[in-house]
Design a protein around this ligand. Structure first.
Ligand SMILES: Nc1ncnc2c1ncn2[C@@H]1O[C@H](COP(=O)(O)OP(=O)(O)OP(=O)(O)O)[C@@H](O)[C@H]1O
Length: 250
């Protein structure tokens, strides 16, 4: 398999336990390059735990995660340098300006001052937020804060962008705009995206979907294939039907 056709990310037999709870068990799936990949699952399915493992917030217990064949277990810094992350809870400093937040993050990634300035302008322009450069984050609405977080996550030019419930709490218009923007990053920049959501309308028929349920991989395929598996043409119905029963990998 050459690099261009091999998956960007390989999640291999991941297992993770909290002291009193098995949160992930034997989960394996791949992310294809440049794809907008959805991660679905009911509350408690293990989605945030999976994100915490890929982004190394938690240390791997069972299994491994490979990015371009490089092991997160063996080379965490090399893998993390190629991942951008947008968490469910905003992690911007409200009392700093947009520019200060972004400069701080870029400096953490070792990006030099001149290059930093160029990249900040480039990424803010992409999310139509360049005008907000000198505004305090506190003065921005929720949708605009999210855009800044997406710009921040892209400053080090990651190959993989992880977004955990990135549109939670936003109004419908901001949700649609952010979803469309992230999709355009896949098409125009070749960024691979893993997008976790409870909002099934954010998923398109051809999107690859990983469905977690009760710590296990319940299904993996396009949204259309999940519908076929459930014998329906509607993804919301498919989601409820597939997660109504205790599952095994499909
Ligand atoms: N710090 C923790 N200690 C113990 N159990 C935890 C902890 N964090 C999560 N869990 C449990 O692990 C399981 C998986 O949780 P996780 O947050 O990964 O699910 P999720 O799919 O992201 O859920 P949600 O959609 O509600 O955010 C759940 O049963 C949860 O209660």
């Amino acid at each position: 398999m050459n690099q261009a056709t091999s998956p960007l990310l390989q999640v291999q037999d991941i297992g993770f336990s909290y002291p009193s709870k098995r949160a992930l068990d034997n989960v394996s799936f791949n992310l294809e390059r440049g794809a907008f990949h959805a991660l679905l699952g009911p509350n408690g399915a293990g989605k945030s735990t999976l994100f915490a493992l890929i982004s190394r917030l938690f240390k791997l217990q069972d299994g491994d995660i490979l990015l371009d064949g490089v092991s997160l277990r063996r080379s965490p810094a090399a893998v993390l340098g190629r991942i951008g992350m947008v968490f469910q809870q905003s992690s911007l400093d409200l009392d700093l300006s947009v520019a200060e937040n972004l400069h701080y993050h870029a400096a953490l990634h070792g990006i030099g001052r001149t290059e930093r300035k160029n990249r900040i302008e480039e990424e803010l322009r992409r999310v139509d937020m360049l005008d907000a450069l000198d505004r305090k984050v506190r003065a921005l609405n929720g949708g605009h804060r999210r855009r800044v977080e997406i710009a921040r996550a892209l400053l080090h030019h990651p190959d993989l962008l992880l977004l955990d419930e990135a549109t939670v709490g936003l109004d419908p218009r901001a949700r649609i705009e952010i979803n469309q923007h992230v999709r355009s990053l896949c098409v125009q920049q070749g960024v691979t995206v893993l997008w976790s959501t409870h909002l099934i309308e954010e998923i398109h028929n051809d999107d690859p979907v990983t469905l977690l349920h009760q710590s296990r991989l319940l299904a993996n395929g396009s949204a259309r294939q999940l519908c076929e598996l459930a014998g329906t043409d509607d993804l919301v119905t498919a989601f409820h039907s597939l997660t109504a029963k205790k599952g095994a990998a499909a």
